[in-house]
Design a binder for this molecule. Structure first.
Ligand code: GDP
Ligand code: CO
Length: 394
């Protein structure tokens, strides 16, 4: 594949934020093809993409998505990646989880590949997390709470357990399998281009099509992401003293990390997780004067943002879902120790304008989930190791 090189980098302490890099060509020919070297553009050979994908797990969080969309999604994941599905779908009245398992089984029969599927509330996983002291994602009964983030964190722990190097997340509510393939290729390209081991790749969709009276309209920005990005950029601008618009993927559900990075950041519950990943990195490594988090000699953490060619079409979950997502995202920014008064005011104005907060109210504080590396991993691994067979489909 062919992709733009780095154009512009914003730095916050040890955190390097790379501006968006566009995919120029999805397939750039055979590895052996000789050609004149282009400027400012990288050709990434298929063998490199394949080698990285062999080290990569794709985690698909899912909750009651249409079976057709779930099937779309698994069919688009490159063959070399190991798929882990973390499902929070209903067991009753209709056992949707069982239907997902069947669909995956059929896929594995056809492809002769192995995959893993786990229910988020599986009692063995919950016990493993209890033993490991990971109470942040458990409810009062010791069972894993609802929430996309909670599912993602289980995915991170399993990826670490399996000894894989990279983890990428892809939502299950995707209408086009081809986009899934492109995301996984973009992740590999990002890891190849990154200069640092601690790397995160976030996807920016080229367009998000909407249906208007005149027909299809290819919208560039989703409403929530436009506002989340503006607030994150405001936060960075006031810390550095230079106005910036570098963040374009504040809500990127599609993103990937080196597992060494994924296990070392604190997360936030539910839909606040994507912006919180960035905030956690700024809080810990951003060299923010009032937090005194300066670290000498610490190697960088790199965040790449890659723009796809394919438009993204996912399930429309309605206005209430969008409102909850906006509140959770801006709540995470508002309550971050890095956030200054100016950005807090911007958030309050925005939420008041949207009618989501009354004057004098504050957005919700996200429930934080400590970094996976803080838990007793051996305790988790012992229990999961004894039971892994139950979750493997082959
Ligand atoms: P959006 O695309 O960001 O608006 O959010 P979605 O509602 O589409 O959620 C993103 C992905 O997370 C989808 O694949 C959902 O099925 C999945 N998801 C939502 N809630 C949960 C949950 O509680 N647990 C798990 N494991 N996945 C979830
Ligand atoms: Co979605």
């Amino acid at each position: 594949m062919r992709i733009e090189g780095f154009r512009y980098t914003e730095r916050l302490g040890a955190v390097l934020l790379r501006d968006v890099q566009k995919i120029i060509e999805l397939d750039s020919g055979m590895d052996s093809d000789q050609e004149e070297e282009a400027r400012g553009v990288y050709k990434i050979n298929e063998s490199i993409i394949h080698d990285i994908q062999k080290e990569m797990v794709i985690v698909i969080p899912t909750k009651n998505e249409k079976l057709k969309l779930f099937e779309n999604c698994i069919s688009g994941v490159p063959n070399a990646c190991l798929k882990i599905i973390i499902s929070n779908s209903d067991i009753t009245p209709l056992n949707r989880f069982e239907l997902e398992k069947e669909t995956l089984q059929q896929f594995c029969d056809f492809t002769r590949r192995r995959a893993i599927i786990i229910h988020q509330k599986d009692p063995i996983i919950s016990r493993a997390l209890q033993e490991a002291g990971y109470t942040d994602i458990l409810d009062e009964e010791g069972i894993v709470r609802d929430g996309k983030a909670e599912g993602m964190v289980i995915g991170i722990l399993l990826t670490k357990f399996l000894g894989k190097k990279y983890i990428g997340f892809i939502d299950a509510d995707n209408y086009f399998p081809g986009t899934v393939l492109e995301y996984a290729r973009a992740y590999a390209a990002g890891f190849y281009l990154s200069k640092y081991e601690q790397c995160m790749v976030r996807i920016l969709w080229r367009y998000k099509p909407k249906i208007h009276e005149q027909g299809l309209y290819f919208k560039r920005w989703g409403r929530v992401s436009e506002i989340t990005n503006r607030c994150l950029n405001s936060l960075i601008s006031f810390v550095s003293g230079f106005e910036t618009d570098v963040i374009k993927t504040g809500n990127a559900g599609e993103h990937a990390m080196a597992i060494s990075l994924a296990e070392s950041i604190p997360y936030a519950s539910g839909y606040a997780i994507e912006p919180q990943e960035l905030l956690s990195l700024f809080e810990e490594y951003g060299d923010i004067p009032h937090l005194g988090n300066h670290r000498d000699g610490f190697k960088g953490i790199e965040i790449l943002q890659i723009e796809t060619r394919n438009p993204h079409l996912h399930e429309n979950k309605g206005q209430e879902h969008i409102n909850q997502m906006l509140l959770a995202s801006l709540g995470a920014i508002y309550h971050s120790d890095v956030c200054c008064e100016e950005t807090k005011n911007l958030i309050l104005e925005e939420l008041n304008r949207q009618g989501l907060l009354r004057l004098g109210e504050e957005p919700p504080r996200p429930k934080l989930i400590k970094a996976p590396k803080e838990i007793d991993f051996e305790a988790f691994a012992n229990i999961v190791g004894e039971n892994l067979d139950k979750y493997i489909v082959q």
